[in-house]
Every structure is written in structure tokens, then in C-alpha cells.
Design a protein around this ligand. Structure first.
Ligand code: GTP
Ligand code: MG
Length: 259
């Protein structure tokens, strides 16, 4: 099966009649994959920079983990075939937006939107598509924010814009999606309605937990901010008091206070 699909791939993808033509076509395919790998590196670096800056300013990371993958030739072929597209490099590059995939796992729901905002506002990034499966979850319970971004990569021949699919979700949403994917992978029958229902129920419970964790975090964060503000104000008052005492001492009728 795998082998026949493989042959099919080479039959449909124009690899030429001679060894030279074959090598040329294979090299071009490899070059295309290299562009997608480069686009992933660009996006990863942007995310890492934003994460480090956020950490420096707010003492915590909005990104827990970044996972990346380039779609395998077989998956590219299967998707093109399923959609009835021509299997040429041009057609692959214009039809598929998820050859390069980046998954960003965040601690809290708010972080998802902060990360999305921070990356899409960069002036070399073009937002091609946005699907908010958090506001509008899939019927099975799937939640994530999906963005298709175009990022420039700089080659010896010049600049090229490459599409990258970025999926942003919480740790909890990722937990659900990973297990749901594994269950699908085992190909349970869709007519097992109770399994579908149970998975959707789990997704709801997980989402409610996400909301609770976020509100606990917000509460703790605001207490921390208040404490910071209070201690800043207190040291202001202390400074004012010391200055007052110094002035009184200079005027010859103050108490003897020094720090
Ligand atoms: P394709 O891009 O062709 O897959 O179709 P689409 O654009 O309608 O899909 P979408 O952008 O909604 O989702 C694409 C990717 O999101 C998938 O390849 C998965 O990684 C993830 N995804 C979407 N729906 C589900 C789901 O129900 N369960 C899990 N585990 N992952 C999902
Ligand atoms: Mg898609």
C-alpha cells in the first residue's frame, strides 16, 4: 500500500524520463522542503524572542513549548490527491498552507491571544487566515487558535514569502487534542456515538478548568501587583519622611535621623 502510493507520487509528480531529469525534480522538491524548514526557523525565532521579552518584563513565559513539523511527502501527496489538485510544486505551494506547521503551547487562554497579537503585528508577517476554534469550538470539542502566516525567508536568489500554519492552544487543550488524535488514529468507528459524546464532555470539562486556572492566575497576579504598588508607595513615603527630617536638621530644629 505504502509502496504503491509512493510510486503513484512519482508518477504524478513530474520527475522526467531521464536520470538527470529525475535528479533535477528530486532536488527541486528537496529545495521546496528546505524553504518550509527555513520559514519554521524564522517563526520559531520570532516566538522565542517574544517569549524572552515577555519574561524580562513580566517575570513569566506566555509560551510553554514550541513544536514544529514539516509535512511528509506522503501526507502532501495524499492531501493533494484527496482535493483533486495537480501534483506539481507550484500547485503544492499555492494549495497547501500547512506544509510548515508550528504548534505553540501556552499556560493560559489569554496568552494565546497575546502571542497571536504579538506575532501578527510584526511588519514582515502577513496574516492569511485565522480560525478561532476557542470562540467557536469544533462539534467534537476541539479548541485552538489557528493562524496561517506568511513569513519572508532570504535566499541567495532573493526574498520569498512562505506560508506557515501556527496552532496556538493551552496545555489543557493540547492534552485533549493529543489524546483525541491518538483515539482517531486507532480508527474507532464514528458510529460509536457515546465515545464522541464522552470526548466532547471531556473537552468541556477541560475548557472550564482552563477558565478557572486563568481566573485564579488573574487574582493572584492582581494581588502581586497591588503589593508591588504598595511597597513602591511605602518607600516613597519613607523617602519623603527622611527628606523632611534632613531639612528640619539643616534648619537646626530637627531630630537626628540618617540612613
Ligand atoms: P486541513 O487543513 O486540510 O486539515 O483542513 P482544514 O483547514 O479544514 O483544517 P483545520 O485548519 O481546521 O485543522 C487543521 C489541523 O488542526 C489538523 O491537521 C490538526 O492538526 C488540527 N485539528 C483540527 N481539527 C482537529 C480535531 O478535531 N482533533 C485534533 N486532535 N486535531 C485537530
Ligand atoms: Mg487548514
Amino acid at each position: 500500500m505504502t509502496q504503491s502510493l509512493g510510486y503513484e507520487f512519482f508518477n504524478r509528480y513530474d520527475v522526467g524520463d531521464t536520470p538527470e531529469e529525475f535528479i533535477d525534480a528530486a532536488d527541486k522538491f528537496t529545495e521546496m522542503i528546505c524553504w518550509y524548514e527555513s520559514a519554521i526557523k524564522e517563526i520559531r525565532t520570532k516566538l522565542e524572542v517574544l517569549n524572552a521579552e515577555f519574561k524580562a518584563k513580566k517575570s513569566r513565559n506566555p509560551i510553554e513549548t514550541i513544536k514544529t513539523r514539516v509535512k511528509s511527502p506522503m501526507s502532501i501527496y495524499e492531501k493533494m490527491e484527496r482535493r483533486g489538485y495537480d501534483i506539481t510544486l507550484d500547485s503544492i505551494m499555492t494549495s497547501l498552507h500547512d506544509i510548515a506547521g508550528v504548534r505553540v503551547i501556552c499556560p493560559f487562554i489569554d496568552d494565546i491571544y497575546s502571542v497571536a497579537e504579538m506575532i501578527t503585528q510584526q511588519d514582515d508577517i502577513t496574516l492569511i487566515e485565522k480560525k478561532d476554534y476557542i470562540e467557536n469550538p469544533k462539534p467534537n470539542g476541539y479548541r485552538s487558535l489557528h493562524l496561517v502566516l506568511q513569513v519572508p525567508i532570504f535566499l541567495s536568489t532573493g526574498k520569498r514569502m512562505i506560508s506557515v500554519e501556527v496552532q496556538i492552544r493551552t496545555i489543557a487543550m493540547d492534552f485533549w487534542a493529543s489524546l483525541e488524535h491518538q483515539i482517531h488514529y486507532k480508527k474507532f468507528k464514528e458510529d460509536k456515538v457515546e465515545i464522541v459524546e464522552q470526548l466532547a464532555e471531556c473537552a468541556t470539562v477541560i475548557y472550564e478548568t482552563d477558565l478557572k486556572m486563568q481566573s485564579i492566575h488573574k487574582e493572584l497576579f492582581s494581588v502581586k501587583e497591588l503589593r508591588k504598588e504598595y511597597s513602591a508607595r511605602q518607600s516613597e513615603y519613607e523617602k519623603m519622611y527622611i527628606n523632611k527630617c534632613r531639612m528640619e536638621k539643616l534648619n537646626g530644629h530637627g531630630r537626628d535621623i540618617y540612613t
